[in-house]
Design a protein around this ligand. Structure first.
Ligand code: ADP
Length: 387
């Protein structure tokens, strides 16, 4: 059976997708705790659980080992499996890489040079590509960049007010979650062409969270900037922070850049504010006032950015929620939309509680659309296969 494999390799997780050449979903896999206890979950195209073979900690010791463990499981479910192309999520394409590209040693060297722009993501993404190159030396490998969707946004959303030389060196607002926004834009084009042609704010609310303003299906502004730290607070990331705080942490608290990096990427956001968890489900279930304050801050920042993006778009025709929180949490969607009638948003409480696709009845439409970054990668891989 000929299939396209997609990989999204993180610091301690690996997400896999297996697609037919007609882009039918065959299976999805999720490995977590790589380098630790390790675990693999596998589902079929309909979301039903698939059997996972026994694998000790060595089966999850590295990205390459985790990939082999997941492939063994895929081969158990699809004995005649033949992987004909592998598509990869690569967080950073820098200034020069936007369209999906076939992986070569030259491209790998260029992408490795972008690691300082995304030190906590890029090296792991590239380790995933290396592991797949070893596993499938004959299959074309295609890199798909999370920055790509935003590359044509206007200069005012591409730059910081720093001396020009930094811009030339690549200190720019890149924006991320581009594969997710690309998918949502495509869904709108297919199902809601009038909205696709108009002004839409998409809120991708997952462990990582950002928002994007779409005009005519193109990104014109995003809440994430140079790094995946900017904008909204996230599970463990701070989101927007006054740069003066960082100077204070260095000068007065004596923190090193590595300590500040850990603080901002791993110990802040919902986890840091609540002192309880980075998981929205746990915070919603908690009566602890700090959990409630973390949710208050999260929704407050989304509402502020919604207003800002609506201004950047010159108005708004629709708000789209996606990501684990956006797709599943009626509570957070209600909190975001509360009192937004001034913007044209009137939530339909029943539809929202039922996780319906259309959840408002005001002049601004509000939709929940499950995102699918894997299919965007698979489409790109198929595109390369078909020349
Ligand atoms: P990632 O960015 O790792 O892909 P996801 O998009 O899966 O993350 O989102 C993970 C987040 O979604 C977690 O904070 C989780 O608590 C939240 N989430 C998932 N389901 C629900 C739910 N039913 N209610 C509230 N939050 C949820």
């Amino acid at each position: 059976m000929r299939a396209i494999l997609t990989l999204n390799a993180g610091s301690s997780s690996l997400k896999l997708g297996l697609f037919s050449e007609d882009l039918e979903t065959l299976a999805m896999g999720h490995v977590d705790r790589i380098g630790g206890a390790g675990g693999l979950k596998l589902t079929d195209g309909a979301g039903g659980a698939l059997p996972v073979p026994e694998a000790g900690p060595e089966g999850f010791a590295t990205n390459a080992a985790a990939l082999q463990t997941a492939l063994t499981a895929f081969r158990g479910a699809f004995p005649a499996l033949e992987v004909v192309a592998v598509g990869h999520r690569v967080v950073h394409g820098g200034i020069h890489h936007a369209a999906p590209e076939r992986v070569t040693e030259t491209l790998m060297a260029e992408l490795a040079q972008l690691a300082p722009f995304a030190p906590l993501h890029q090296p792991h993404n590239l380790a995933g590509v290396r592991a797949a190159l070893e596993a499938f030396p004959q299959a074309p490998q295609i890199a798909c960049f999370d920055t790509a969707f935003h590359r044509n946004h206007p200069f005012v959303n591409d730059s910081f007010a720093l001396p020009r030389r930094f811009y030339e060196k690549g200190v720019r607002r890149y924006g991320f979650h581009g594969l997710s926004y690309d998918y949502i834009s495509g869904e709108l084009a297919a199902c809601e062409p009038a909205l696709h042609a108009g002004r839409v704010v998409v809120a991708h609310l997952g462990s990582g969270a950002s928002m994007c303003g779409l005009k005519g299906g193109q990104s014109i502004a995003s809440t994430m900037g140079f790094s995946a730290l900017d904008g909204l607070p996230m599970g463990t990331r701070s989101g927007q922070i006054d740069p003066g705080v960082l100077l204070y942490l260095m000068d007065q608290e004596g923190m090193s850049s590595a300590q500040i990096s850990d603080l901002l990427y791993k110990d802040s956001g919902l986890k840091g504010m609540s002192g309880i968890s980075n998981d929205m489900r746990e915070l919603e279930a908690s009566n602890d006032p700090h959990a409630q304050e973390a949710i208050d801050y999260f929704t407050f920042r989304i509402r502020r950015e919604l207003g800002g993006l609506a201004a950047a778009l010159g108005g708004i025709d629709a708000l789209v929620f996606c990501g684990g929180i956006g797709e599943n949490s009626a509570h957070i969607r209600a909190r975001v939309c509360e009192g937004m009638e001034w913007l044209g948003i009137t939530l339909d409480a029943g539809a929202n509680a039922a996780n319906a696709r259309e959840i408002a009845h005001g002049p601004v439409r509000v939709l929940t659309i499950p995102t699918n970054e894997e299919i965007v990668i698979a489409r790109a891989a198929r595109g390369v296969l078909r020349g």
